[in-house]
Design a protein around this ligand. Structure first.
Ligand code: NDP
Ligand code: PYC
Length: 342
């Protein structure tokens, strides 16, 4: 971890306290503040700063814009034997996930596979905490959510898709799970926002300006259109996320989400789909032998010097748990200003 003079050293408890206090002062109910703060602590702890304390600015903005119901109480239902639905009531997604995850695990173990739909939630978080939690329960997990229409389809230059992340978790014996989680855009929008805040140019393949020309100006890309990763492949995956975490679960597409926002500048409103699969479902008692075969795959990746997704995150976590984290002083002063205003 590089130490910058403009960084401030913080313990993870101090990060948690800052996040929780700021969210409560902004008007969020205690159950939501706790759930949301935990994902920000996880972001800072694992070196995912675009979804760490920086998100206090984003969450507070959604509260002020009236995008989010600050005291929403998520409600749980079972549309079918292997399906769980949580209506988030317009609140942040984190508490809705906490409400549904226990039943998702029970159903995945009972039926081999189960799905959880979060509906009517405001979403600004990373997905890896959710799939990692499910993989820690011994399940294979996938998660998808649309966002706001910010991303152009391959071959176009006008926004249609959200940044639409896909996350995957795989349980490993005696080892933290294999997890990946990335936007189907070239980068998460939060990463471009961090470049804008720092006055840094972006690579010219991250986005287009409003005239459809490639740009290295972060603000121009934010106001124009972002690009998908991997050309037509990322574009198709982004469309898939729109479909399976939008119409399939009766919720908004990214175009509908940004239209519902009406220029208020709040975080995306809509749904999330989470799938959980019990590895014993198909292979029964042979599950342990098959998980060992998966370990050989990981060894073949790492054996040639390639790293696994989540390897950097687990290393950052070990460092943060031992030594705390460093947070940009400018971010802390922006957060302090939020608290003052509240
Ligand atoms: P990245 O492009 O940084 O990709 C992140 C993933 O790729 C991580 O799993 C990371 O593992 C892995 N990875 C990165 N480099 C390597 C490498 N060299 N070898 C192997 N694996 C690698 O992330 P994005 O900018 O696309 O997304 C960041 C976050 O933004 C995500 O957590 C996502 O959920 C969130 N997001 C949320 C949205 C929402 O609507 N809620 C919308 C869009 C994004 P590691 O962590 O170990 O580096
Ligand atoms: O960084 O693209 C992003 C994002 C959108 C919603 C939450 N994060």
């Amino acid at each position: 971890m590089t130490a910058d003079a403009a960084d401030v050293a913080m313990s993870l408890d101090a990060v948690r306290m800052l996040a929780r206090t700021t969210l409560l002062r902004a008007g969020l109910s205690a159950p939501h503040a706790d759930a949301v703060a935990e994902t920000m602590v996880a972001g800072e702890r694992d070196g995912c700063t675009s979804h760490g304390l920086y998100r206090l600015l984003v969450a507070t903005n959604s509260i002020r814009a009236g995008t989010v119901r600050t005291d929403a109480v998520p409600t749980l239902s079972e549309p079918a034997r292997a399906l769980v639905r949580v209506d988030g009531g317009g609140g942040f997604a984190q508490l809705a996930f906490e409400t549904g995850r226990g039943m998702l695990v029970e159903k995945a173990r009972a039926y081999g596979i189960a799905a959880l739909a979060l509906n009517n939630v405001v979403h600004f978080a990373a997905l890896w905490p959710e799939v990692e939690w499910l993989a820690d329960q011994g399940l294979v997990a996938l998660a998808f959510t649309p966002s706001h229409a910010w991303v152009a389809p391959a071959g176009g230059t006008k926004p249609v898709f959200g940044t639409n992340p896909i996350a995957f978790g795989w349980p490993r014996p005696d080892t933290p799970p294999f997890v990946f989680d990335f936007a189907t855009s070239a980068v998460a929008r939060g990463e471009i926002e961090l470049h804008r805040r720092a006055g840094r140019p972006i690579p010219d393949d991250w986005g287009y300006d409003a005239d459809g020309a490639p740009t290295t100006d972060a603000l121009a890309a934010l106001n124009g259109a972002m690009r998908t990763f991997g050309g037509h492949k990322g574009s198709a995956l982004a469309a898939m996320v729109e479909l399976i975490a939008g119409p399939l679960i009766g919720d908004l597409t990214s175009r509908e989400s940004i239209a519902a926002d009406g220029g208020a500048g709040g975080s995306p409103l809509g749904g999330e789909l989470i799938l959980a699969i019990d590895p014993a479902g198909f292979v029964g008692d042979a599950v342990d032998a098959h998980l060992v075969r998966a370990e050989r795959l990981f060894a073949a990746i790492q054996g040639q010097g390639a790293r696994l997704p989540s390897q950097r995150r687990y290393a950052a976590r070990a460092e943060s748990l031992a030594h705390g984290v460093r947070v940009p002083a400018r971010l802390l002063s922006d957060i302090a200003a939020l608290v003052e205003q509240a």
